[in-house]
Design a protein around this ligand. Structure first.
Ligand SMILES: Cc1cc2nc3c(=O)[nH]c(=O)nc-3n(C[C@H](O)[C@H](O)[C@H](O)COP(=O)(O)O)c2cc1C
Length: 262
């Protein structure tokens, strides 16, 4: 007798086989493509670091340019470098999710809740082995999202040379103007600390002009997007302050003054 092809058993069997084949195809693709994805993520991060440091040119050999940039790992409490056990894919934003590598923040002006104990920094060098940039990965909450970026400093560890964000969910045309190179250009040359060494950098509401007091510390706000601008203000002040890279920057300032940066 001919088998009934439309029986419930057959239907379930065919459905199961289709699911199985699809699952195998999707998981194989995920496994095979993962290394390519990781390489692209790394390249993307490298481009963003070069951009923040104003060292990026379209079409450049990113891998080659990155040969002049060292990645170091900083104990945020002491400001000293630590060496062991960190790969070039380490990111303090991710380590902050792991309880044994991070702490919960009591004071949290950047709205990040947790902070890693160790953070990566990037040091750019010229052909004569002189330090040209210190690049800090920074993040904090804006209006709608956590904004992730890099703050680049001159080798004196207190003058800003650039800022850039590579991930955020702020509104295009409003908070999204943090990506506008014209706004980012406002940061260049700004001083992070006052003469007493306290954090003085500030994103103001409105524009900085020749009459603005202490304008070496002040950055233009974002018209119609003060809440995002406040978020950038808070995150930059947090990350260059005592709870962030402050101890590291103090050490680097001292080494720079002594001509002993390494
Ligand atoms: C749909 C929508 C999206 C908005 N997106 C942002 C944003 O991304 N960042 C921001 O600061 N303000 C945004 N705003 C405006 C804020 O609600 C708020 O009015 C603004 O930050 C105040 O800035 P101002 O004092 O410079 O006008 C948005 C408003 C609306 C209605």
């Amino acid at each position: 007798m001919a088998e009934n092809k439309e029986s419930i058993g057959n239907t379930l069997f065919v459905a199961f086989m289709v699911c199985l084949v699809c699952a195998v195809v999707v998981s194989s693709a995920a496994v095979i493509l993962r290394p390519i994805q990781q390489a692209n993520e790394l390249r993307d991060r490298q481009i963003n670091i070069l951009r923040a440091a104003d060292l990026y040119e379209p079409g450049m050999d990113v891998e080659r340019a990155f040969e002049d940039i060292d990645m170091r790992f900083v104990d945020l409490d002491t400001g000293e470098y630590v060496e062991n056990g960190f790969g070039r894919d380490y990111e303090h934003r991710r380590a902050a999710r792991e309880p044994e590598k991070s702490r919960r923040l009591q004071e949290d002006p950047a709205g990040i809740r947790r902070q890693a104990n160790i953070a990566e920094v990037y040091l750019a060098w010229d052909d004569d082995d002189n330090l040209t940039r210190i690049i800090l990965p920074v993040h904090g909450y804006g209006l709608w999202s956590t904004m992730y970026g890099f703050l680049a400093l001159e080798p004196n560890a207190h003058t800003v040379s650039g800022i850039g964000f590579y991930e955020h969910g702020e509104t295009p045309g409003l908070g999204g103007e943090i990506d506008n190179p014209r706004w980012q250009a406002n940061w260049e040359g700004k001083e992070l600390f006052d003469e007493g060494g306290d954090v003085a950098i500030q994103v103001i509401k409105g524009n900085v002009d020749s009459g603005t007091p202490n304008r070496e510390h002040k950055v233009d706000g974002l018209s119609g997007a003060t809440l995002t601008a406040n978020g950038v203000n808070n995150l930059v002040r947090f990350w260059v302050g005592e709870q962030g890279f402050g101890p590291y920057l103090s050490r680097m300032q001292q080494e720079y003054a002594e001509g002993a940066v390494n």
